[in-house]
Write a protein that binds this ligand. Structure first.
Ligand code: AMP
Length: 215
């Protein structure tokens, strides 16, 4: 099963992706996570990406496409993959199509998690992540078991550098201008399934995703 998760920043893509990959045993490919690793390691690519990420702008297509192309051909993707945060531009989507076509593969599902802008800012500013296992929490809606403690036992949850009010405005702007045209792109191929996430808990959204897959 080859799946794409679309949606604005803070829509719950990462949270849902983690649950879906556990359910259907395919790897999660998050370009945001891959870029953050490169930024932390201070690689050439990471240093280039950082300036865009810090400003809430998209990293250039050429950089991201290169990363994903390599990852898609690793052996754990042979039976499927879940793309989280990619594609984010029509150019990325077109390149993905041609790369998959060459490998006689195709996308089976595109799930759009749709959340209103006014809910996004609150979701993002309250988001915390476990640096050890990647679990995602919200200080109000999806609380960690104790302050600063992850379910995996790790103490010390982190707040992403770009999860602040100012950067979120730019990230939403990039989403509406560059990423939302992808809804029409995939609707034309009859692949798009939209799930309204506004006002819903992660559990409710996951139930709706399972219904889509008839699981
Ligand atoms: P995310 O973790 O998906 O919210 O991504 C964090 C940041 O990484 C974004 O705001 C972009 O700067 C960058 N990024 C992640 N995925 C992409 C992509 N597919 N294309 C361009 N930039 C990306």
């Amino acid at each position: 099963m080859n799946i794409i998760l679309l949606g604005p920043p803070g829509a719950g893509k990462g949270t849902q992706a983690k649950q879906i990959v556990d359910l259907v045993s395919i790897p999660q490919i998050s370009t945001g996570d891959m870029l953050r690793v490169a930024v932390n390691k201070e690689t050439k690519l990471g240093l280039e990406a950082k300036q865009f990420m810090d400003n809430g702008q998209l990293v250039p297509d050429s950089v991201v496409i290169g990363l994903v192309k390599e990852r898609l051909f690793e052996s754990d993707c042979d039976n499927g993959f879940m793309l989280d945060g990619f594609p984010r531009t029509v150019k990325q989507a077109e390149t993905l199509d041609s790369v998959l076509k060459e490998a006689s593969k195709h996308i089976d599902y595109v799930i759009l998690l749709d959340v209103d802008d006014n809910e996004i800012v609150e979701r993002i500013t309250g988001r915390r992540t476990c640096p050890k296992c990647g679990a995602i929490y919200h200080l109000k809606y999806n609380k960690p078991p104790a302050e600063d403690l992850c379910n995996c036992g790790h103490k010390g949850l982190s707040h992403r550098a770009d999860d602040n009010k100012e950067t979120v405005i730019n990230r939403l702007d990039a989403y509406h201008k560059q990423t939302s045209p992808l809804s029409d792109y995939y609707r034309e191929f009859n692949l798009l399934k939209t799930i309204k996430g506004t006002g819903k808990s992660p559990v409710q959204v996951f139930e709706e995703i399972k219904e889509l897959f008839s699981l």
